[in-house]
Structure formats: structure tokens, C-alpha cells
Design a protein around this ligand. Structure first.
Ligand code: GLP
Length: 235
């Protein structure tokens, strides 16, 4: 029975194919628990000789208002869970700046940086139980770009486990938009566990709808979902 380890191994294989063909590939990286097995499997491939030193990476999102060295800021999470284990060149890794004085300008600048890098070759994604990708919560415009969003109550509850108290979970975030994600040349969504089954069923078998933001991947020309048995249980 396929579980999280198999999901991670398969997804890492897809990423390795992209990087082997293009050593200076631009990857979109996701935080959260979903991609951890993928990063673990990719680190093993790196140990076996896959060169990731020329890869660039753009994170999907960041909380607003928490210090970059706060352990749950996505700056810190990306460094700890992606940059270090994969041996990426930190100078080629970007995370939206949730501490900027002008958040709208920071979002525009992030879009410009992605464009200047030549766009994202492969965007790795998890999915929230409410169907969000990045932090594009239900009702997000299907053509949205990087912008400030308010976190849904469900997402703040889901992420409270990472903070000392539920009240410490930030109210706002910066996130690449659904239109930004659609621009990636490939999209690779990983999901594990029964808590994701309803969201997986909705985005795969339901209509394209801003109420289930992940459903926008139905419009992507090269999207792959890698899911385990439990996440597939409502298909
Ligand atoms: C988080 C992130 C998303 C992630 C999702 C699912 O809040 N912003 O990028 O995909 O929610 O998280 P997890 O993988 O821990 O279930």
C-alpha cells in the first residue's frame, strides 16, 4: 500500500529528472509536512550524486510580520527543510518578504524576480485540507498573482500546532497567486493521509472553482498529483 514514503520517492524522481536535464533549473518549493518525504528522498539522490548546487528556488509563501529567524517563518523553514538538506546555494533561494514596509511592493518585486529567473520549471505543492495551495485560500481568484492574503480560520487552526499558542499564528501572509502557480512549466502536488482525501477528490473530480483553489491545476498543461492510498480514498 502506497504511503508517504512512496509518494516522496516518486515526486523526488520527477524533480531529479528536471534537474538532470537542466542543472540550473528553477524550482518552486513548498513548506508544510506534505513535501518533507520528497525533500528526504531528494537529499538521498543528492548523496548519490545528483548536483543541486546550481538550482534556484522560490518559496510559495510567507507569513506577514514574523521575524525571518523565527523558527516557523517560512524563511527559516525553507532554510532548515530545503536549503540545508539539499545543499542548495542559499543565494539562489528566495522567500517572499513578509516583513517589508510596503508589502504590495514586495509582492510585485517577487513576481519580477521569478520572471528574471526565467520562470519556474517545476512547482512542488502541498494542499491544505480546505483545498488551498500556497496560501491561496478558498475564494482566491484563479488568475491571482503574488499578493497579501488573510489566512482562513481553518488554516490558522491547522497551523497552530507549529506555534506556542493558536493566537500566535499570523493573520496574514504573502503568497504566490494561482495565476503565478499556473505559469510554472510543471506542477507537482503531493498529498498524504485521510485528512486530505476530501480536498483531493474536490480538486480532481469537482469543477474548477475558487472555492477549491487547487482545482485550478485542472487548467495546467503539465500537472501531476502524487497521492497515497489514504489521500486517494474519496476518489
Ligand atoms: C500550509 C502551506 C501550504 C501547504 C499546506 C498544507 O499552510 N502554506 O503550502 O501545502 O498548508 O500543509 P501540510 O502539508 O502541513 O498539510
Amino acid at each position: 500500500m502506497a504511503g508517504p514514503v512512496e509518494v516522496g520517492a516518486f515526486a523526488a524522481g520527477r524533480i531529479a529528472e528536471v534537474v538532470s536535464a537542466k542543472p540550473e533549473a528553477v524550482l518552486g518549493v513548498a513548506t508544510g509536512s506534505s513535501p518533507l518525504e520528497t525533500y528526504r528522498a531528494l537529499a538521498a539522490r543528492r548523496d548519490a550524486g545528483l548536483d543541486l548546487t546550481r538550482v534556484s528556488a522560490f518559496a510559495l509563501d510567507e507569513y506577514v510580520g514574523i521575524a525571518h529567524d523565527h523558527p516557523e517563518s517560512y524563511h527559516a523553514v525553507v532554510h532548515r527543510e530545503v536549503v540545508e538538506p539539499l545543499g542548495l546555494d542559499a543565494s539562489r533561494v528566495r522567500v517572499p518578504d513578509g516583513l517589508a514596509d510596503d508589502l504590495d511592493a514586495a509582492c510585485e518585486d517577487y513576481e519580477a524576480q521569478i520572471a528574471a529567473a526565467g520562470g519556474v520549471d517545476l512547482q512542488l505543492l502541498g494542499i491544505g485540507a480546505n483545498g488551498h495551495i500556497g496560501f491561496n485560500e478558498p475564494t482566491s481568484s484563479l488568475s491571482s498573482r503574488t499578493r497579501v492574503k488573510t489566512l482562513a480560520p481553518r488554516t490558522r487552526e491547522d497551523n497552530a500546532r507549529f506555534f506556542d499558542s493558536p493566537d500566535d499564528v499570523p493573520m496574514h501572509c504573502l503568497t504566490q497567486g494561482l495565476g503565478t502557480i499556473l505559469d510554472a512549466r510543471r506542477a507537482l502536488l503531493v498529498a498524504q493521509g485521510a485528512s486530505k482525501a476530501a480536498a483531493v477528490a474536490a480538486i480532481v473530480e469537482g469543477p474548477v472553482s475558487s472555492m477549491w483553489p487547487g482545482s485550478v491545476l485542472q487548467l495546467h498543461r503539465h500537472a501531476t498529483l502524487v497521492i497515497d492510498e489514504a489521500a486517494a480514498s474519496e476518489l
